[in-house]
Ligand binder design. Structure first.
Ligand SMILES: Cc1cc2nc3c(=O)[nH]c(=O)nc-3n(C[C@H](O)[C@H](O)[C@H](O)COP(=O)(O)OP(=O)(O)OC[C@H]3O[C@@H](n4cnc5c(N)ncnc54)[C@H](O)[C@@H]3O)c2cc1C
Length: 409
């Protein structure tokens, strides 16, 4: 049995770590393919954009990590043939029995004209340091931070529809800019505006989190503009689809997400470019193909936390399929993210998007410490997430003790 994992980001590396617990002796060969040599902890990129971390602190070698129990191929996937069960990398074909697609999302920079010349972002290891250069040269004016819309496919009617891929980095950049400018004594020269294509900012959480966010944003003089679909960026201006246009000293964008072209060309995606799966993340049309993380239609919003939960589910399904042992890992989606605000942070836990009633925000130093611990743990333990019990203990703690922190907002 040959299991091939495409992509070693949060989704792929988690599948790998969980498979290596049982593949020895089960006659299973695992191959992981990625065009990167290193794992990139994307949740730390906003900190890179404000000089709090360097890229070297948020990456680790994939070859050293994956090479322990699997073959690691450092190459770009250029073609996929699901009927022939074949993947083509540069110069070679690889055949599989089971395929896990964890290639993340392609960022559609070209959809906003002027971006590559005048826009800024925190979404890649090239753009985050470039934003740090620009913020250091900032001489006053309005900073616009926001998202372009990301569509959701219609093949899975149970999947919630939201306007943007993930607005956490937007809020985080706005607050880190506020913190950085205050430290430099430049805050009075700046206006900070978050723009969203949605009718509400953070449409993936509920009223409690909105109330908390709005109060903190107000305290920090951060404004929000809704129903703004970004179209064009100039050196000193940003324009939106509704015809409005504003002076902007700096425009920061989280772009439209879509599935990578190679997956679309293989006919594996829905009309929005993501991979439609059942609740075990098995492709609707191919029993031997799974998809987890940002590339999956079910990943709404596009969050590392969901990629990890989905990957754990898929690894447990594979174990059951191959060994006929083990229990299927539960998948209870929730928005769990921590927005670094400089000295403090806002931890968000919410499942109202999926019909639940959990909707909590914890603002303070504890949330900031947790953010630092999570990101450092990811690098130190090479993408192996803390044991389940840690998350359960944390949740119990947040439910009971840390409620005091949420009362701050
Ligand atoms: C700035 C920022 C901040 C974020 N903050 C948070 C946060 O605080 N909390 C949170 O939960 N989530 C956060 N996220 C979201 C999180 O990073 C993603 O949801 C997560 O990385 C998705 O994991 P993935 O495995 O699906 O994809 P990725 O992590 O993107 O990994 C995909 C992998 O596939 C590889 N790949 C792609 N195409 C090819 C190809 N053709 N050939 C070979 N290899 C290929 C890539 O090199 C990459 O290694 C943030 C995202 C950004 C951009």
């Amino acid at each position: 049995m040959h299991i091939v994992i495409l992509g070693a980001g949060f989704g792929g590396i988690t599948v790998y770590h969980h498979l290596r617990e049982w593949i020895d002796g089960a006659h299973v060969k695992v191959t992981v393919i990625d065009e990167r040599e290193t794992f990139l902890v994307k949740p730390s990129l906003p900190e890179v954009a404000f000089g709090l971390k360097g890229i070297g602190h948020i990456t680790f070698s994939l070859r050293e990590t994956v090479g322990r129990s699997a073959d690691f191929i450092h190459s770009r996937i250029v073609r996929m043939d699901p009927d022939a069960r074949m993947i083509e990398v540069e110069g070679a074909q690889i055949f599989y029995d089971v395929l896990v697609i964890a290639l993340g999302a392609t960022k559609e920079w070209g959809q906003v004209s002027g971006f590559t010349r005048h826009g800024s972002s925190v979404c890649t290891e090239v753009l985050a340091p470039r934003l740090y250069e620009r913020i250091q040269n900032f001489e006053g004016g309005t900073i616009f931070v926001g998202s372009a819309p990301t569509p959701t496919g219609t093949r899975l009617p149970d999947v919630p529809v939201i306007e943007a891929a993930c607005e956490g980095p937007v809020g985080e950049v706005a607050f880190l800019a506020d913190h950085w400018l205050r430290k430099q004594g430049k805050r009075d020269d700046a206006k900070i505006v978050c723009y969203t294509p949605g009718s509400i900012f953070f449409d993936d959480v509920g009223d409690n989190v909105h109330k908390a966010f709005n109060q903190i944003a107000g305290d920090h003089q951060i404004e929000v503009m809704t129903n703004k679909v970004i179209r064009h960026i100039e050196s000193d201006r940003v324009s939106f689809a509704d015809g409005s246009s504003y002076e902007a000293a700096l425009t920061v964008l989280v772009p439209t997400y879509s599935g990578p072209q190679v997956v679309k060309e293989a006919g594996l995606t829905d009309e929005a470019g993501f991979v439609p799966t059942d609740e075990d993340f098995r492709h609707l049309d191919y029993d031997n193909i799974f998809a987890v993380g940002d590339i999956a239609t079910r990943a709404v919003p596009k969050l590392g936390h969901l990629a990890v939960l989905q990957a754990m589910r898929v690894a447990s399904v594979l174990k059951r399929d191959v060994t006929h042992h083990g229990v299927i890992a539960p998948y209870h989606p929730e928005v769990f993210c921590i927005m670094n605000m400089g000295a403090k942070a806002l931890l968000i836990r919410s499942n109202v998007l999926y019909g639940g009633d959990l909707d909590q925000a914890y603002y303070g130093g504890l949330s900031h410490t947790l953010k630092t611990l999570f990101d450092e743990y990811t690098v130190r333990f090479r993408g192996k997430m803390p044991p389940d019990v840690t998350q359960r203990l944390l949740n119990a703690y947040l439910d009971k003790v840390a409620v005091r922190e949420s009362s701050l907002v």
